[in-house]
Ligand binder design. Structure first.
Ligand SMILES: C[S@@+](CC[C@H](N)C(=O)[O-])C[C@H]1O[C@@H](n2cnc3c(N)ncnc32)[C@H](O)[C@@H]1O
Length: 267
């Protein structure tokens, strides 16, 4: 991923920062996945732990963790997103628990603090130019035994294959199969994204981290951009959500879904 591509991605997220808490970045389907990450971090690390948020967006997770008693350093490559996180922390009266840093995941070498846990929600790591370098920096920043909790955009999303396949949009249906960074449009800008299978993703971290587990997010439920479908069939989709909760960690199924949630421990 080139410097120009990183800047494309930065501009794309800057352009949506003002309304990213709305349907685009925090609709009902996203909120449901968000809660799974919150509960996972809370299971892994006690309140009071020091957390690093990679790609914090508007700070919804950082402020929630601050509310739950954690100390959070919230970082993002988009300066507009960082402004939103800072404003949210101040407005919530939690600025003493949330520090912010305008920092890309490719710039973690600039940090020198120690953390108990590092989390990243909804795909910032799909935008990382070098995942092995991110893994080495996470290993440096995390205490031994510390936890990584990441939600990552997966390669195999059956809903997406079906949705676009049935409309004859085969190129769009197969976009996640690409091996190289892929251009994804947002708000007339471009985000450069790489897609991963969980095992493929873990390989970059394996030198420093043991794999604790992973699960599918939004496998039975549709991906967030199909939220209108969810709204029209809410009762039916609630049942699909329960299937996600019950079956999303089973072998085979856990490797699919719109996102996957992966937990690793520092050796
Ligand atoms: C889909 S949003 C998710 C935001 C937030 N984690 C959430 O849960 O709402 C992806 C975020 O990753 C950030 N991002 C993209 N590329 C990045 C990079 N190279 N380093 C750090 N953050 C990046 C974007 O600015 C954006 O805020």
């Amino acid at each position: 991923m080139s410097e120009a591509q990183l800047l494309d991605t930065q501009r794309a997220f800057d352009s949506v920062a003002a309304d990213y808490d709305g349907p685009r970045g925090n609709n009902e389907l996203i909120q449901r996945m968000r809660v799974t990450l919150w509960e996972t971090v809370q299971r892994e690390l006690p309140a009071g732990s020091r957390l690093l948020d990679l790609g914090c967006g508007t700070g919804l997770d950082a402020v929630e963790f601050a509310r739950r008693g954690y100390q959070v350093l919230a970082s993002d490559w988009s300066p507009r997103m960082i402004e939103r996180t800072q404003a949210r922390a101040v407005a919530s009266g939690l600025a003493s628990h949330v520090a912010v840093a305008h920092l890309g995941v490719h710039q973690l070498g600039r940090l020198s603090a120690e953390f108990d846990g590092i989390y990243s929600n909804f795909g910032p790591l799909n935008c990382a130019p070098d995942l092995h370098a991110v893994a080495a920096e996470c290993a440096r920043l995390l205490r031994p035994g510390g936890a990584l909790v990441f939600s990552v955009i997966g390669r195999v999303c059956p809903w997406e294959l079906l949705h676009y396949g049935l409309r004859g949009r085969f190129r769009r249906a197969l976009v996640r199969m690409a091996r190289r960074p892929t251009a994804v449009g947002m708000n007339r800008h471009t985000i450069w994204t790489r897609y991963y299978l969980p095992r493929e993703f873990y390989r970059a971290f394996a030198a420093h981290f043991s794999l604790h587990g992973y699960r599918a997010l939004s496998l039975f439920l549709p991906p967030p951009y199909l939220v209108e479908f969810y709204r029209r069939r809410r009762a039916w989709c609630e049942r699909l959500g329960r299937l996600d909760d019950r079956l999303g960690a089973l072998p085979l199924l856990r490797g699919m879904g719109d996102h996957f949630l992966i937990v690793m421990h520092r050796r």
